[in-house]
Every structure is written in C-alpha cells, then in structure tokens.
Design a binder for this molecule. Structure first.
Ligand code: ZN
Length: 321
C-alpha cells in the first residue's frame, strides 16, 4: 500500500489555512477522486488520509503510525483473507504547495516558480530518493507546466507529517518553493489572511502541477491501468488508417518485455528511458512481436513509442526488478 496524506487542521483562524494546508488537503481529495474512477485499477492499494492535530505536534500522524504500524500485513479476522493495514511501501505527504513568490516574497509568482521535493536522507534514503526522482521525472510523460527540484541533502522533513513516518517507510514531502524560496517564505503562513481570496490563478496552477505529479507518481508506483481507454482507442480516428493493435506485456518470470505492433506498411517500435535515451529500436512490417530481455535495462519507468503507418502512439511502461 502507498499512502497519500495531508493535514486538515491549521492555525490561521477560521477562514485562513488556504496554503497550510487546504492546498495539500485538496490535492489528496482530488487524487482520491482520480483513482476512484470505475475504469482505474491498481496493482496495490493506495490509502488517502487527512491528519488532525498537526499544528499541535503532528498528533494525527503519530496516532496513525503508533496505532497501526504493528498491524501491517496481518490478516484480521484470522482466516478472512482481509488485511486491514497493508504493508506501507511509501508515503507522500503534502504541505504548502500554493505559493512561490521568491524569498523575500514579492507580490506575484516568480517566473522560476517550482515545487521542491523533500525526501528523507537518513532512513530508507535510497528508496525515498527514488520516489523523489519519480516525482521529478513524471513531466517526461505528462505536461505539468512547472518544474520540480530535489533539494541538496533531502530538505527538511522535520516539520512535516512525513517525518513521523520516515523510520517506517520511504517518504517524500513535496512543497512550494523549489528554487531559492527556502523554508516557508509565504508571509501569510499561519496568518488569518492565508485565505482563498489572497491567491491567484498562477498560485493554484502551481499547486495543480503537484496534483498532476502525485497522481502520475502514484499511477507509476502502483502500476495503474485504465481499462477501456487504451492509447489506440483514444487516438483521434485517421482516415484510411491501417488496422493497428499494440500490446505490452511484462513477463517478470522470464525477465522479458514483449511489444507487439501491426501495420499495413512499415512500423517503428522504440523503447527509451524518460530522458529520451534510446534502448531499443526496431523496424518491421505487418504484425510483429519484439522481445527484450529486461535484466540489462534496469528497473524503472520507460516510454514505448510506436509509429505505424504514420500513427504515433506512446505509452509508459514499468520494468520491475
Ligand atoms: Zn502545514
């Protein structure tokens, strides 16, 4: 199970708390809405939760952790095949994702506005860094509009709910201000004026880029598939287009990736890494299958591009360890 969380409470008065942390709360709710779609299925579960008592010492996060970490992977009731607390594979917590006006903060969003991906450098460091890297890399697959950066040394997790889970699973905590903004540059932080009305469309767009990244990352981590909406079907119909079908299969036992393509004329099949480095390129005609031993490729997220009779399709593919 992967966990997506934010905190529900705040100290900015009854109408405040828009950035801290209604922004993260809205992200969790929107991500949950996306994954609740009838056509969406994941290979492992995602738990969405909102904590309370954060501003009084991360109480909700600590409560969840202490009450439930011993229950991970335990069948309850015995014999039921029900596992109320699946094993924690990783946690993403978001807090303060609206505002990057530089530091000191100016009146409007700075041109280099970005999201910083804090990760835990002292526990599950390698896996936490890997999660942060996937958060960065997701804009190779979908258009996000704002960059994200990994701070040197991991950034500060101490003030986030994520820090409370850091000794239990890999964690990251995306946060506004990836460039020079530094820790909490928002002058409205913990102020009654931290209200919806004080933020611009650009501020909300920055937060939305974090939503896109986290939905994309969760889709990658949980090997999400969307049924009835394959890339071939979502392509606009092309006049006289040749019949084309494609499929990807990961045969983990054989460590083999098989890509099938069919075309009336010629087709090109490419497998590349997220930064565009080519790994495999094949040219064929008609109905063909191409297999690749994946041991030499390494685990991660890759992109398959098929050009068949001028119809280009692209799909991300996960190569498991
Ligand atoms: Zn907060």
């Amino acid at each position: 199970m992967y966990i997506l969380c934010a905190h529900l409470d705040g100290v900015g008065g009854f109408s405040g708390n828009c950035d801290d942390d209604a922004s993260g709360t809205a992200l969790v709710v929107e991500a949950a809405r996306a994954f609740a779609g009838a056509a969406v299925s994941t290979r492992c579960s995602i738990r969405f939760f909102l904590t309370n008592g954060h501003e009084a010492g991360y109480k909700g996060a600590i409560e969840y952790r202490d009450n439930r970490h011993d229950l991970q992977g335990k069948e309850n009731p015995p014999g039921s095949r029900q596992f109320p607390e699946p094993v924690w594979l990783g946690l993403i917590n978001q807090d303060l994702i609206l505002y990057d006006h530089g530091n000191p903060a100016g009146p409007v969003q700075i041109p280099q506005a970005s999201i910083r991906v804090n990760y835990c450098p002292w526990s599950y460091a390698e896996s936490s860094l890997y999660m942060a890297q996937q958060f960065i890399a997701i804009d190779k697959v979908i258009f996000v509009g704002y960059p994200a950066v990994i701070p040197a040394g991991g950034g500060g997790l101490g003030a986030f709910d994520a820090g409370q889970f850091a000794n239990y699973c890999p964690v990251i905590s995306p946060e506004e201000g990836g460039g020079d903004a530094g820790y909490i540059a928002n002058p409205l932080h913990h102020d009654d004026a931290d209200t919806y009305e004080t933020y611009s469309e650009a501020d909300f767009a920055l937060a939305f880029s974090a939503v896109q990244r986290e939905v994309g990352e969760m889709a990658f981590l949980t090997q999400t598939t969307i049924t009835g909406n394959t890339p071939a079907k979502s392509e606009p119909p092309v006049a006289n287009a040749a019949p084309l079908s494609s499929s990807w299969s990961l045969l983990t036992r054989q460590h083999e990736l098989t890509i099938s393509a069919s075309s009336r004329g010629t087709h090109t099949v490419k497998l590349s890494s997220l930064d565009g480095t080519p790994i495999m390129r094949r040219i064929g005609q008609g109905r063909m299958s191409y297999s690749l031993r994946t041991e030499s490729v390494g685990a991660g997220l890759y992109v398959v591009t098929i050009n068949a009779d001028g119809n280009v399709m692209q799909k991300s593919v996960v190569i498991a360890r």
